[in-house]
Design a protein. Structure first.
Length: 206
């Protein structure tokens, strides 16, 4: 009798223990420990002000380069594959621009850069627009005779950052038919305007 009661007691206790074990709440993994918080790479800050200042400095340095025949500055600035359109609609090249400055084919008593503005598209691309006022400007023609290039020009320059340096990759220049301050001419008079000069260098529009 004692044995039977003891056996029954042990069996009952075994079921109770098993039942309690099955009722225990499951332990969820500690996601806070297992999840690694990998920091995302910091996004590069776009300093438009610094880029604008640098590009405007480059544009306004052209009169000095022209006066000093600093063709090396033009060589550093212009990309080998630059796309150039001169004021007369002809296509130019880096080689031509460098040669014009080096040989002194182009000169001017005064070359003023005004209204220059930079539109920064991203950290590697920007467009600069402006107007140049040229006084006493001359460029040698194919026959060696000087051609007067005095007047006003508007231009658009496209820059791209390559290997950490800003390069001029595109430039187009057009003469201003009615410079600011000039009274408006009648339609008949407008058709008698002087044709644009043969070629100031595109870089020389600055």
């Amino acid at each position: 009798m004692h044995r039977s009661a003891l056996g029954t007691f042990l069996v009952v206790m075994g079921f109770i223990v098993l039942g309690l074990a099955g009722c225990q709440p499951s332990v969820s993994p500690d996601t806070n420990r297992e999840t690694s918080t990998s920091a995302s790479p910091a996004k590069e800050t776009l300093d438009k002000g610094a880029i604008e200042a640098e590009l405007l400095r480059i544009e306004r340095d052209f009169p000095r380069a022209l006066k000093d025949k600093d063709f090396q500055a033009i060589d550093r600035l212009e990309a080998e594959d630059i796309a150039v359109v001169y004021p007369d609609g002809k296509l130019g090249s880096k080689a031509q621009d460098v040669e014009d400055i080096k040989s002194g084919n182009m000169t001017a008593d005064s070359w003023e850069v005004v209204e220059a503005k930079a539109n920064v598209l991203n950290k590697d691309t920007a467009v600069v627009t402006g107007r140049s006022i040229v006084k006493g400007g001359k460029v040698k023609g194919p026959d060696g005779k000087p051609i007067d290039i005095s007047g006003e020009y508007r231009w658009i320059d496209t820059f791209a950052r390559r290997d950490g340096a800003w390069k001029l990759v595109g430039s187009i220049t057009t003469p201003v038919r009615e410079p600011e301050g000039t009274p408006s001419a009648s339609p008949a008079t407008k058709t008698e305007t002087t044709p644009p000069p043969t070629k100031p260098s595109p870089a020389a529009t600055k």
